[in-house]
Design a protein around this ligand. Sequence first.
Ligand code: VGL
Ligand code: ZN
Length: 207
Amino acid sequence: MNALIIVDLQNDFLPGGALAVPHGDELIPIANRLQSSFDTVVATKDWHPRNHCSFASQHPGKRVGDVIEIEGLPQVLWPDHCVQDTPGSDFPASLETEKISKVIHKGTDPERDSYSGFFDNGGRHATGLGRYLHATGIDTVHVMGLATDYCVRATAIDAARLGFKTFLIADACRGVEIKAGDCQRAIDDMQNAGVEIEECRTIVPDG
Ligand code: VGL
Ligand code: ZN
């Protein structure tokens, strides 16, 4: 059984949002079109408290884009984004959500970030996504969403590590690309972790 994992397709990551990913809005019709090809559709939401440690605003003297250390891990500082229960953390209104059977909220602990939909960045706390997919009989996952070089990368790598046959739907992702080449490096990292790369047309041939 296969599942589509839609990563962080939320207003704040779309053009006009607090942490806009270029062309992120192009993924809405793509997600709508892909969903009917899957047994199960799940989505992750970046879901931060107002005082989240990944926000530059919480670190006096630091700026967006600075990298600090949190619990021994490098942490990029972001603008405030995807604050729980704000419009920025909602799915866009035009995203079809009826088929989404589970929404996993991540990044909820103020003290640690969670790029992956499966675990926090230290790998210490599971979100419940792995357990849910196993309980649903899923052995294969296809990952799409935002952003290629952060949460998509981490989610796909963890899925492969957990033993799911894992595909990245490469043209159904968009990246932040702070540094030129970040998206390609992320794709290389995913491939090295055992993730297979595919494109939408292998799933919806005339889409
Ligand atoms: C993300 C940066 C900060 C993502 C989330 O969804 O890729 N990126 N929080
Ligand atoms: Zn975040």
